[in-house]
Write a protein that binds this ligand. Structure first.
Ligand code: SAM
Length: 255
């Protein structure tokens, strides 16, 4: 751990704070402040106290924490869904994956980790400013295997049967099927992340009516239910992450 590293502090109420350590820096909390030098000395897994005796534990942010706390351009793919998408895409080190839209780079980071430094993520984003934000977030995490492209994925010229998976988090995925289908290797998956079931219906209807070569493998919601366990009390948390999105898993057929 050194100056320049990302750090995550957690207070006694479980609130999390993400920032980078800088020489001479001071972290301010509503219950006092603490010097970055003291955080550095405590190291990851240690704890520090503010000048008003608030205890803060010191952590190396996980990718989930980073994605939820990093600066956003667009709403990120929720990490529980990103993890499930990687499973359905069956990604592994050295896989090549196509993604759109980059948004804030949340899903990009999970994909990049899954395929590793030998793999490739091609990330398309229609809006230049969003692509810039995604690139910044991805670079700040130290990832280098992402190729960012600014433009509409529907108009992209892509290499034939090149990708091991396609991950879509955009409003109208049916509009990009013509561009992405030939680029996806046969028998590999396309997963669409869609907040509304009406979007899922439209996607599947377009596939049937347009004769696109896909098996509709499943439409699924990923539910997480968190519990508050403080013996002797234990119950589901009163505030939960509710609905995020539906995942539609399509498998490309020959033809
Ligand atoms: N998955 C991203 C993340 O985790 O940060 C968030 C994606 S955001 C919800 C959807 C993005 O898709 C928007 O930034 C939008 O500009 C982009 N988009 C929509 N249609 C697109 C298209 N046809 N080609 C490229 N990008 C598109």
């Amino acid at each position: 751990m050194r100056y320049g590293d990302l750090v995550l502090l957690r207070d006694t109420k479980g609130r999390k704070y993400l920032f980078r350590l800088v020489e001479g820096g001071v972290f301010s909390h509503h219950k006092g402040s603490v010097k970055h030098a003291d955080i550095l000395q405590a190291r990851y897994g240690g704890c520090v106290y503010t000048n008003q005796e608030e205890r803060l534990t010191v952590h190396k942010p996980t990718l989930e924490e980073y994605v939820l706390l990093m600066k956003r351009a667009a709403t990120v793919t929720y990490p529980k869904d990103a993890a499930a998408m990687i499973m359905f895409l069956d990604l592994e080190p050295a896989s090549r994956v196509l993604e759109a839209g980059s948004g804030s780079g949340g899903l990009t980071l999970f994909l990049a980790r899954a395929v590793g430094p030998e793999g490739e993520v091609w990330s398309y984003e229609a809006r230049g400013a969003f692509s810039k934000r995604a690139r910044k977030n991805v670079e700040a995490w130290g990832v280098e295997n992402v190729r960012f492209e600014v433009g509409d994925l529907a108009k992209a010229e892509l290499p034939e049967a090149y990708f091991d998976g396609v991950a879509l988090d955009l409003m109208e995925p049916w509009k990009v099927l013509d561009a992405v289908t030939p680029a996806l290797k046969p028998d590999r998956a396309l997963v669409a992340y869609l907040p509304n079931i009406t979007q899922v219906v439209q996607l599947i209807q377009t596939i049937h009516e347009g004769g696109y070569p896909y098996l509709v493998e499943r439409v699924i919601e990923v539910g997480h239910r968190e519990w508050d366990v403080r013996p002797p009390v234990a119950h589901p948390k009163f505030q939960q992450v509710g609905h995020t999105a539906f995942l539609t898993v399509l498998r490309r057929l020959q033809g």
